[in-house]
Write a protein that binds this ligand. Structure first.
Ligand SMILES: [Zn+2]
Length: 117
């Protein structure tokens, strides 16, 4: 995940966290899926979007397994690992949102957020 963020710098990277949720609500991320960011080189460097069709295909694929989409990750190049207004707006309750602050040196901070259901 950190490598993806550093490789994509100064663009954003984003991806999907795939894993399992236990009955106790514990989360285990077993896999990350890198997604091509739909927005490249825009002025809004703290925004990401994922192709809905791509998401749909993953959900269909995971339907057959015990895995599910746990959340999303994306990077904020030269920006703090805090939710932007845009991020906040599109958050789905119950999903995990990991934000990585990345500079030319690499990832400097990682934070995760969750909107309560
Ligand atoms: Zn963001």
């Amino acid at each position: 995940m950190a490598l993806a963020a550093k490789t994509a710098f100064p663009s954003e990277c984003c991806g999907i966290l795939v894993g399992k949720k236990s009955e106790k609500g514990e989360i285990e991320v077993t896999e990350i899926r890198e997604v091509e960011n739909q927005i490249h080189g825009g002025e809004e460097a703290t925004h990401f979007s994922i192709d809905p069709l791509f998401l749909y295909n993953i959900e269909r694929e995971l339907d057959k397994s015990e895995l599910e989409i746990i959340g999303f990750y994306h990077s904020h190049p030269n920006c703090k690992a805090i939710l932007s207004d845009e991020d906040r707006k599109y958050m789905v309750p119950g999903l995990l949102y990991v934000i990585m602050s990345v500079t030319a040196q690499g990832v400097v901070d990682v934070k995760s957020y969750k909107k309560s259901v």
